[in-house]
Design a protein. Sequence first.
Length: 501
Amino acid sequence: MSNNLCDIAVLGMAVMGKNLALNIADNDYKVAIYNRTTSKAIAAAEENPEQNLSVFVTLEELVANLKRPRKLLLMVKAGAAVDKLIESLLPLLDEDDIIMDGGNSHFQDTQRRFEELQQHDIQYLGVGVSGGEEGARRGPAIMPGGSKAAYDAVADIFEAISAKVNDNEACEAYMGSGGAGHYVKMVHNGIEYADMEIIAEIYSLLKANGYSNLEIADVFENWDRGDLSSYLSEITVDILREKDLENPEDDLLDDIESQVGAEYRAVGADNESEFLLDHILDISEQKGTGKWTNQEGLELHVDLSILYSGLNARYMSAEKTLRVQASEILPAGVDAENALGKPNIDIEELGNAFLLARLIAYAQGFALYKSASKAYGWDLDYKSIAATFRGGCIIRSKLLVPIMEAYDKNPDLDNLLLADNFEAAISQGITALRKLVSTASLAGVAIPAFSSALAYYDSLRAARSQANMISAQRDYFGAHTYRRTDRDGVYHHEWNDETAE
């Protein structure tokens, strides 16, 4: 009888759930699948008749046909849907059965569920999964957190389905207790926002500099052969070269019309272009994980300025109508002689600035990991996190190898920029970064990610900052006190007669 039972269940047959189920089945596991709308599960099985998928209509039937300890991977929308499904499953499960949430749940929800299910002797994992549709199908980066015993029970499955690098090294690892797995994935997405914005700013600069889409694609392709190799750079080349083969029907523009007026959709666009990118509306959206990352930076007092610039740029992009109006009213303050021209952008220097900005994005993300590890008692392994990011995930890049080396040499490294194996990249990149920010500023081209990277760098290297003025101001108007450079203790000064009253 047990030989007919399934090894694991996947609940939720949207794109990610279906592709993970197929990936698991590819690796010789018997997979039970379930969807609240049964027709979706049936369709998934019928579209893949060669796969070892078994459809179950009810949760009772699903649970009854799983090997013990039962392993259930939830791939449903984050939030209330996860809680509702867990509530429905709980009466059907036995001690030490395992529930896994593979969606983009907030880490605090995962922590709460982990603690609540412990009271029922049910093991829980919050599983960060990165790589999108293709990664889920062929090999994602997997970041589980929660019950260590649960992880040990499913590690063989995660290892089998994860992305592989080098000599079959699996891009998956146990991250820690409670919500650690979803936290690691959340910050991954925050870094992703910054990396995408950096690339978009390079595109914007080169466009303003007179480069064609194909010339920009060539730049990224050349970079991708060296230290700047990454998944996002790779897909940028494809995007820049993609031709516009068809025009969308008018009814597909309804959502756009609700956001901006028709008269603003094509402002600044090259409507004669043969490339698809030039016909895409300049409004980018976000699903929440980037915002959560930056909220954590505020909560744990970590400077995430370059990560926030990636999020903030998306917020500003949504203000299309306002931006078009402002473009007609607000002066640029740019002289004609300061306009960008091809000689003003050196591609090698731009690449050096790109590498440093990307490194600073990682440095801020890993600084948040360090603070979170201490705040939440997780003992995160930063080398392991970087190793997991090398394949399958969206931010995979060649830069992760020296990041691993830095944490291998010093697991308690205070900041990635202080690692000696980045001395050359910083030395080559900082002058280039200064020139780039100056050039863009004089030309009136917004590059918030690069600008934030430079500000962070200079703030980090400031042995004495301007914060003494802020401390004095706070003490002046609110008697908030200050500390002195020449003696211990906390002080308040009677700045004038009014504050003394």
